[in-house]
Ligand binder design. Structure first.
Ligand code: ZN
Length: 686
């Protein structure tokens, strides 16, 4: 099927904008589409809350910049206007004047003069009278509010952070003492509420007070708008429990009571019957240096039935996979149940999930609720799809893949096999195998998480090449797995290094496991394959160090062609070349058997040797080459999304009867529309 949907949109500064497709929206029932619509409205209605949480000048600065952007009478092609536009787009993308990721204040590429002149032509802006000097200072003076979230040890994290979760005169020590005292008075210490989550802590006449975000409190007008959207959503809920979830959330927004919030999350986590789902509220605490106060976010989504059917097929066959794996029977489970991973389709992103979004969600955050009631863990399939599609044609694969045939293989099968790898890893890999009786689950200590990730990845790599997957209809043919083998090894040996600074080592568990697998395969690809136990890497030392595998040998011509996988040089560049995919699978089976043995027996020495030999050090020369080639591609390091437009269809009596979905709105149009349609708060909320 030809794919005409355009996943990439404009690029500015360090940002690439993408679009996501809401596949399956038309196939929902009318009632479900209406539910999505009202939840989407609720997801957009809290936008101003996040802007104000991110900094107390943000709403005023947004008004100033947008008014100039709309009414500017000078040359819109001039360098200053272009620099102004870029700055505004960055502010939009960050929901405020600090970078969404680094949290450093964005530096404008235009002069205060430019704004002054523009204002002279435009005249007074409503609501900003008397504020201009203050706003200019905040925008242009680099020493004013330089960072949104300061985490520097030893400094007062609140007085030095620009985020608006605490009054400007509240110190870290005061806030910590305030919440320590609250926690000390907990009614049920085993089930603590999320202290401080939904309020700004301020000083009134020298006394600390919480200004709670609720209908009759701070952010009340925005919250009332959210409540009215949720009320409409409730009328078209898919089932009674979903209606109760929404009702409980409304109650929380009305009262601001954190015990009600816990009750709401428990209802939410247990509601799994409906296809449509949402998050809406004060959720993640990354924006508060003390990790208490939660930024507002909104999200409407529904179940991806095709993708979920895939994971259900795997789960239903879990025992077959366990029985046929190459690991020693002593380490196998006699009864295995796969996990069904839920894949969802994003329909609307709002608040702190927009434009920059997570691609997976695991909530709620309350530890005791998770322990007693579980959590919802989902991956957002259509956002991953958009990332994948955007990566095709950005030059990355063309730069790093060895030849056209391999590139073709990856372009035809790559995305589907990436998804399947994730499914195999999550639904079967982690759950397979067993510890021998009496083995301490923490025996591998610091190496435990890397070995565990390696085990799940090896399980996925081994089975993605299995004819059983063709039989189950999960891969189109017996060639598909080769794309995964190539990209996995290329990533482990080379391209994942783009995320590491020169001179550093590999530290993160997933990155270590990928390096471990790829480099072990490279090291063993030339050796005769033994059908039984595998040899421990000979040159490994437990304490690792630069001697272990400091340099990855580039193969000579005859080795390059006789080896299952080799690093080759061509035109001064290094490439991965795979000569024998079937033999690679055999090696993967051997390493899976060994890693399972290490886990099952709790063999700490062997885990340490494997990880330190293959997973930690970096070949400095290859690293430098990869960084240079990646830099030359000039890819945007950050990506985010433009939302679709959901438009209600009305009957003659004014009732909403259905909802239309459309794409293609420009970023600036969408932002200006949101600022107009969802302007729920006053410009100042002190
Ligand atoms: Zn994992």
């Amino acid at each position: 099927m030809p794919d005409s949907f355009c996943y990439t949109d404009e690029r500015f500064a360090d940002i690439q904008l993408l679009r996501y497709r809401v596949a399956g929206f038309e196939a929902l029932t009318t009632r479900q589409r209406l539910l999505i619509y009202f939840l989407s409205e609720a997801a957009l209605a809290g936008r101003d809350i996040l802007w104000d949480q991110n900094g107390r000048y943000n709403l005023r600065i947004r008004r100033l910049l947008e008014t100039i952007y709309i009414n500017y009478k000078g040359d819109r092609e001039s360098d200053e206007f272009k620099a102004f536009t870029t700055y505004l787009k960055r502010v939009w993308f960050s929901n405020g004047i600090h970078h969404h990721y680094s949290t450093e204040k964005l530096q404008p590429g235009f002069s205060p003069d430019f704004i002054s002149k523009a204002l002279k032509e435009i005249g007074e802006i409503d609501g900003l009278e008397g504020h201009y000097e203050e706003l200019f200072n905040v925008i242009f003076n680099p020493t004013v509010m330089p960072k949104r979230v300061n985490q520097t040890e030893g400094e007062d994290l609140l007085l030095t952070s620009a985020s608006n979760y605490y009054g400007p005169d509240v110190s870290q020590a005061e806030a910590e003492a305030f919440y320590d005292a609250q926690k000390a008075c907990a009614q049920d210490p085993a089930r603590p509420i999320m202290y401080g989550m939904n309020s700004r802590l301020v000083k009134v006449d020298g006394q600390l007070r919480e200004r709670v975000w609720q209908s009759k409190g701070l952010y009340g007008p925005a919250i009332d708008r959210i409540i009215s959207c949720l009320k409409e959503a409730k009328t078209v809920a898919e089932n009674e429990q979903q209606a109760q979830v929404i009702e409980k959330l409304i109650e929380f927004y009305r009262t601001g009571d954190l015990k009600t919030f816990d009750e709401y999350t428990i209802l939410w986590v247990n509601e799994t019957a409906g296809d449509v789902d949402f998050t809406n509220g004060f959720t993640e605490t990354y924006g508060d240096p003390l990790g208490l106060k939660a930024s507002w976010e909104g999200f409407a989504n529904f179940k991806d039935k095709a993708a979920t059917a895939r994971t259900e097929t795997l789960a239903a066959n879990a025992q077959w996979f366990e029985d046929n794996s190459p690991v020693d029977p002593r380490f196998k489970k006699t009864s295995t149940r796969g996990v069904t991973a839920k894949v969802i389709v994003a329909a609307m992103l709002g608040g702190d999930l927009y434009p920059s979004s997570a691609i997976g969600i695991n909530l709620p955050n309350s530890n005791w609720v998770r322990a007693e009631h579980g959590s919802k863990s989902v991956t957002i399939g259509n956002l991953t799809e958009a990332y994948n599609k955007a990566a095709h044609g950005n030059g990355f694969l063309e730069e790093f893949v060895v030849d056209d045939n391999t590139l073709k293989l990856i372009n035809s099968y790559g995305d589907a096999c990436d998804d399947l790898h994730t499914d195999l890893h999550e639904c079967l890999g982690h759950g397979s195998g067993r510890l021998l009786d009496g083995v301490d689950p923490d025996a591998l200590k610091a190496y435990g998480s890397c070995i565990e990730e390696a085990r799940a990845d090896l399980f996925a790599l081994y089975y993605i090449a299995d004819p059983k997957l063709v039989e189950l209809g999960l891969v189109p043919d017996a060639e598909a797995y080769k794309s995964q083998y190539y990209t996995y090894i290329m990533n482990g040996l080379m391209t994942q290094l783009v995320r590491i600074e020169p001179g550093a080592i590999i530290e993160e568990a997933h990155m270590r496991n990928r390096a471990l697998i790829a480099r072990w395969l490279l090291d063993h690809a030339q050796r005769p394959v033994s059908g039984h136990a595998i040899a421990h890497p000979v040159q490994g030392s437990v304490d690792g160090g630069p001697s272990a595998v400091a340099s990855l040998a580039v193969a000579s011509a005859d080795v390059a062609s006789s080896s299952a996988v080799a690093l080759i040089r061509r035109n001064g560049k290094t490439y991965v070349q795979i000569n024998d995919y079937a033999r690679l699978r055999h090696l993967i089976g051997q390493l899976l058997a060994e890693v399972q043995r290490i886990k099952s027996e709790g063999d700490y020495e062997a885990a340490a040797r494997l990880v330190e030999t293959y997973g930690v050090t970096i070949d400095a020369k290859l690293h430098a080459e990869v960084l240079e080639r990646y830099k030359a591609l000039n890819l945007a390091p950050y990506k985010g999304f433009i939302n679709p437009i959901l438009t209600p269809i009305y009957d003659d009596a004014g009732n909403i009867t259905d909802v239309n979905i459309a794409y293609g709105e420009a970023f600036d149009k969408q932002m200006l529309r949101y600022s107009h349609d969802y302007a729920t708060l006053p410009l100042t909320n002190d």
